[in-house]
Write a new protein. Sequence first.
Lengths: 388, 745
Amino acid sequence: MHKNPVIVSCCRTAIGRSHPQRGYYRNVRGDELSHAVIAAVVTKSGIDPAHIEDVVLGTTQQQGELGGNVARVSALCAGLPLSVAGTTVNRLCGSSLQALSQACHSIAAGAEDVQIVAGVEHMHHLPMEKDIDLHPRLFERTSRAAISMGMTAEYLAASLGISREEQESYAFQSHHKACQAVDSGAFEDEIIPHRAHDEGGMPILVVRDQSVRADASLLAMSQLDPAFLPRLGTVTAATSAPLSDGAAAMMVMSTETAEKYSLQPLVRVLATAVVGVPPALMGTGPVAAVQKLLFRAGVSLDRIDLIEINEAFAAQSIACIRQLQVDPSRVNVHGGSLAIGHPLGASGARICTTLVHAMHARKAKLGVATMCIGLGQGIAVLLERIEL
Amino acid sequence: MAKKRSSSPKTERVDGVLRSIIPFTDLSLRTLTVDRDPNGIVVVSFDVPDRSLNVLTREVLEELAYVLDHIQNTAPPTGLVLVSARAGSFFAGADLQAIDQLFSQPEERIRLACDSGRALFARLSTQPWPSVSVIEGLCLGGGLELALACDLRIAIDSPNTSLGLPEVKLGLLPGWGGTVRLPRLVGLSSAVEMIAGGESVSPQKAFRMGLIDEVVSSELALAAAKNLIAEQLGNRQWLQRRKKLAEPINIDPVEVSFLEATAGAVIGARAKGRYPAPPRILATLLEASQHDAALASSLESDAFFELAHNPVTARLIGVFHLGQRNARDPGIPRADLKPLLIESVGVVGAGIMGCGIAASHIRHDFSVSIVDVSELSLSKAIPPLLEEAAWDRESRAALPSRALELAGRLRSSTMLSSLRGSQLIIESVVERSDIKQAVLGELESMIGPETILATNTSTNPIEKLARCLSYPERFLGMHFFNPVRRMTLVEIIRGPSTSDQTIVTVVAHAKRLGKCPIVVRDSPGFLVNRVLMPYLHEAVEMVREGVDVARIDRLSRRFGMPMGPLELYDMIGLDTAFYAGVVLSTAFGERIESSPVIPAMVRSGRLGRKSSAGFYQYSPKGKMLKPDQTIYELIEPYQLRTGEWSDDQITDRLFLPIVQEAALVLDEQIVREACDIDLAVIHGLGFPAFRGGLLAWADSLGASDILMRLKQFESLGSRMRPAPRLLDMARRGGSFYASMSKGPQ
């Protein structure tokens, strides 16, 4: 890359459950969450908004309150100058990691430089299957069951011999690590408070992820019915990422520009990669994506100190950890999406935000964020911490 | 397209060249006519005589082969169009009578029949010109395989048009290349779904899948077919498609393995090891996908032969024939009576049953007036009623536009007088004879002499309700089952005074609702509840003997029932079951004393699902939890002492008493024939079709074997004493079905 892209600031909302009666954001529009994180990331960065050139925002359900190019809508509603452009991108679950990648490519290519990368999803207001009408010819290449992400997780579990107990233990760990992160204040820096309603309907400012369970219990998990494959299945609600609402944003620019405006960058973005895999194996997309990423960067896996693997399913995450042969103690050190939640289009920016904070907290040198993507893709990004 | 068949082929429309090669007028082709247009496109129109729908008889196949020979050998056409001249069916399938005969044949004959049909269809896809089938109405089984053998397919946009491969429902798989061509055309995953599921699709869905190439109106169909041929002759895409259809399927091996795992799990859970066809279909399709069409065809042939010899297949086909027989049966053996056509229907009572009955009617295009005493009940009942009526199977949702359209067929009122114009009024008020009598009496005073009055009841004797009527000859019972949308059985209960004309009219009417009507003589419990009683009773007796609740239900499900007897009790509601039990034990108490357990459970507030406690516990959301161990305390005073029972003995104790009761039902002429009982238990109780029906199952054991099995339960009391008919059958070597007449053909 000719110019080196850096992340100068990043933040996210607390992630809410997509629950019509109890979800934090049940009365909050999805685009209000993206306005909020965009405004906050500008303030956090300390940049003069006049220098911002573009907003690149990832979301999968680009309709309704998130329709009509919600990136531009969010830029305007967040009060950014009219000169700031906006584009909404979609790589399903990888959308906002894609937003980060393409913003960095633009920087490297000498095109738009100062950009806000964001992601938003409101799976209560806009359920993931709403108005999706896939072409039946698609099923010449794959199966209808491959559209059910849960079935792909079941397949990984069955074909790789990942037991229900192993999945539950993994999910339990995810909650455990997330709780530790909450208790130690690890999320305080990354979460911006947002007005919401608690489960009883009281208006509150939320700063805690709604799905993280301090009372997660292996016994309770073991009593759940399979969520996708009645009786035979091993994947349950506890070992699948919860449906979630939330948003996250990052300020990116070139090293040169950060220096010019005297801004302190947090991490360098060293490389990006995307890859296709069989739709049935969508959960293992991160394996191929990370291998491609590391090859591209000329870095070996043992040099990666921290890795964020988006936890769509416990079985899927375990499959990636096994196949990449990565040390589990380096993975999702602040808990993963099984606990925190997975607001599809926002998750890429969310895991990056969490990774950047974790890298600074642990003085990690290199970090990778990677995600699996429906219909068989993987995406990965390599970050390098900058000493503050 | 709805060209009427003329007695002789239309020679005037055949051009000179063709007439000289095929002397159609002399040929006596009975099932098809051939026409050739100035551009050389030959149109073959099928119209199979002596059949209500076009079916692929041997004659059709021979005549098609003949036509293919001649047009090829003499004046090759530029393209071929296959079309039905019979409105309502392209081809409804192969000729089942011929298939039946085939099963008794040796392997070579079966293979030959398969191979010759497949070879004929294969000829279509190897001719040096493109072919198009024009599909209107039913295009099922062999009919769809014929259409698949053409290079292109056009479907006519009509609610009557449906395409499917239902062979799996008869325990078979398509044997004329369907398993080879469909996955190569629409993809392996969609083909597995369609062939292993057996459900038909609409032209719209077929188009989206890629199963057909165009959906057009009937006026445009023939011209569209010819346009397609011209287009294909230009771009030669039909040749590419033929190549694709001949090759192995191009799909990633991982995806094949994924489909095997996921579809296998779904199919396995549904077939439960009882139905051999679905798993065999999956295995065949998966294996064949890796080979070219020729090898795939021989794999299809192997699977067809294997399934044809499976006894389950014969039973499923037997059940299918029972249904066909029922469809032809006017309900009573009187061919002289013609059913009156009912167009307007009244329903009294907007409860669950009344609404289900009304919804089923408007869904089938009847105008319905529904009456309830309460304006509030009506206003609450009508939205879900319309939603049910507008339910769309393909999208699994009610279609709002359809609901609005159907709303025009529904009127509601709190006045019985609004039913004055109805030809059939179905009273479905609360199950109390005094209220029913009052409503029926009032109705009779305001309706014309032609109007038929029916009561939907499960427990009230028709004779008793009829006492208040001046014209009991036009009164009868129509016992619908809950939920009406799904349950296809309707017991048509004939009171002592009900006229034959009333019966044939209502039987015909029930069929227009897509139901399976069984005529039952008025007697306690009618048919289904009566044969159900000993089964439920025996289950409770076993609980009293200390047999585990879950074990009883598990063994019943293992036998093939959709749910066990104790789960069923909970679903029906213990209070409802108790009330029905009183009616039955009053009538048949000498054989079956009413059990003290049910009233004790009702007294303790265990009413089943609705009170979250019965034989099982239920979560507040209604999910079944585990058996309620405290019931054992509750029934302690009623405990019985017996020995240990094996699984087989428990199963026999559940099902043999039903056979016993059915034997008495036949003796008492509650129904006419064994097949009525089998249809009723399959449609009304979910008795497993793979056993062929209750009495077909009993016949498969044989009367002597049943007597032997009953003997081990002698000590349980008179209810296990063999029914006279069983003793007689054992003596004479007879069976339930052997004593059946041939019935209406």
